[in-house]
Design a protein around this ligand. Sequence first.
Ligand SMILES: N[C@@H](CCC(=O)N[C@@H](CS)C(=O)NCC(=O)O)C(=O)O
Length: 287
Amino acid sequence: MSDATYTPPKVWTWEQPSGGQFANINRPISGATHEKDLPVGKHPLQLYSLGTPNGVKVTIMLEELLALGHQGAEYDAWLIKIGDGDQFSSGFVAANPNSKIPAVVDRSSDKPVRVFESGSILLYLAEKFGEFLPKDPAARTEMMNWLFWQMGSAPYIGGGFGHFYAYAPEKYQYPIDRFTMEAKRQMDVLDKALGERPYIAGDEYTIADIAIFPWYGGLVLGRAYNAGEFLAVHEYKNLLAWAQKIDARPAVVRGRKVNRVTEDKSEGVAERHDASDLDAITDTAAE
Ligand SMILES: N[C@@H](CCC(=O)N[C@@H](CS)C(=O)NCC(=O)O)C(=O)O
């Protein structure tokens, strides 16, 4: 057990592992640790990811596009095991210098386009296929408001609340109180907005819903950090109803199963290279 208080030295140095679940991948420097190319499959869109909330945003989007009949959205989804440091390979760093999943490489034209940051990927795909992006300028701006809200807010859930409540090697009240307050405030923001409209940015289902669902839907559906009771998520009734509605969409059911490694093989596939990979474990195959 370490001391509850800490006096920072004049200059911080990287002397010891930080402890906690992600100690082996936390580094104070960026860049590749080893030489390894990324695999490339047969489809124009190559996704390098893992079935975390940030990863699932992209697979839900791709499955939604495929459900609408966009054959150009066919994709290969490769597994990046972040616990093993796959995000630090030279190939991954070339696709995303920030070494975090998800990353996409679009090989549909002569010069491959790299896309990183889940919000940028959602916007790229929405613009490429002309879907889930309101055309009216005011509605588009409201959608962007919520898309950027998610990008700025979710790190307080993952890196703040989830880290100190579930992953830190020791529990301290100060950070847990601080980030629980913020997690509950954010859920309240969404709950109030969803009391006024069916989807987060208005009447249409957009990439803002797709970005917000894996994080905040996951929280209220009790899937994140085993914290549903602690956060009293049942109190956020509008948010819960919205999450249940999104969760029932066939493309969401499919997208949540991609790059997911579980004991129960019916819950996910490590890699996805064809629609049939998911058809085999879902009853949501296109009729
Ligand atoms: N802002 C980024 C966050 C991505 C992110 O945090 N990815 C995590 C998994 S959910 C990751 O790859 N972590 C590996 C690491 O930090 O080394 C996004 O939205 O794409």
